[in-house]
Design a protein around this ligand. Sequence first.
Ligand code: HEM
Ligand code: NAG
Ligand code: NAG
Ligand code: NAG
Ligand code: NAG
Length: 317
Amino acid sequence: MASNLLVLLVLVASSAFLKADGKLSPDYYSCKCPKASSIVEAEVRAAIDHETRIGASLLRLHFHDCFVNGCDASILLDDTGSFVGEKTAGPNNNSARGFDVVDDIKAKLEKTCPGVVSCADILALAARDSTVYLGGPSWKVGLGRRDSLTANRTAANTFLPSPTFNLSALVSSFAVQGLSFKNMVALSGSHTIGRARCISFRARIYTESSIDSSFAKSRQRKCPASGDDNNIAPLDIRTSTHFDIQYYKNLLNKRGLLHSDQELYNGTSADSLVKKYSTDTTVFFRDFARAMVKMGKIKPLTGREGEIRINCRKVNS
Ligand code: HEM
Ligand SMILES: *[C@@H]1O[C@H](CO)[C@@H](O)[C@H](O)[C@H]1NC(C)=O
Ligand SMILES: *[C@@H]1O[C@H](CO)[C@@H](O)[C@H](O)[C@H]1NC(C)=O
Ligand SMILES: *[C@@H]1O[C@H](CO)[C@@H](O)[C@H](O)[C@H]1NC(C)=O
Ligand SMILES: *[C@@H]1O[C@H](CO)[C@@H](O)[C@H](O)[C@H]1NC(C)=O
């Protein structure tokens, strides 16, 4: 009897400990809003069926959210009188997209379970669902994030990595977030989908030497030496709508579109991991999924912190 009680006490105490430690849980909404994940998935699929690229844009939104004061949906806030939002920070301005899709998903969720599902969790689920629908790996998304009450454009400019970064700068910008070298190389594999603007890769295609010359020439056709900054090109020259290992194969052929991409295969300690991923889908998918879970855990607001926004673009009044 007494020992049963002891076992019970230990179980209760350890589960409380696990909860405090783990913070996010994949079944966070299973009672509060059992349809939450299926609603997000259906909307993401419909959005991708409408425009394939939006899957890439949604994956990137979660990254750009998490790297700026944690995964708290701060990127979704419009400017207000009291703060300037992150949407016009250098890495986001004329570039971050998918905000309308997030609004649509949120509207559907508000109809089914008003005030329950956070915008930060929508971004995490949409990133996973996009990856899966485009042929990539799946993972369990920890849930229970809450939404920030503010945003910070300076922080977005400070913490989001630039395509001009060299390898050590890339490593540092991930290390600041608690992400490893391997996490960085795996997460960069996101560039197997989606597009970039001319302004993001102009210097590379006109001035660099570790670039395949026919690749450089073909990219120059729609990205002149000056002007047309917003013309876009696929990050993966071969299969930019499929989540696969082609990105790494491109790097081996000096066909990385961004300077930061090619930095991962340029005669350094990163080469061996890129080579590995370029031939092994299973290992890349495993490492990518693990890294996404880790990225999704960056400084979430939980418990009574922040709020559940009703409209992802603005703080509740
Ligand atoms: C390693 C450092 C990284 C740098 C320097 C970087 C930089 C960039 C740049 C410059 C673009 C093109 C933006 C434009 O020209 O409009 C881009 C696109 C993209 N990035 Fe990254 N990125 C990095 C890591 C990541 C990570 C970790 C993810 C996701 C986990 C990611 C996902 C994407 C996706 C999916 C796109 C295409 C978006 C679209 O087509 O709308 N990137 N990135
Ligand atoms: C964002 O882009 C717009 C349109 O190109 C430009 O007018 C504006 O100055 C940019 N904002 C910032 C903060 O750079
Ligand atoms: C915004 O972020 C910058 C860079 O991290 C920081 O120095 C600044 O204090 C932040 N501003 C506010 C109001 O938190
Ligand atoms: C990488 O870039 C940083 C910051 O621009 C610079 O200080 C450093 O010397 C560069 N490292 C290498 C190896 O080029
Ligand atoms: C690759 O290495 C060369 C020689 O060290 C360097 O000039 C270049 O900036 C590096 N990165 C890329 C993407 O070419």
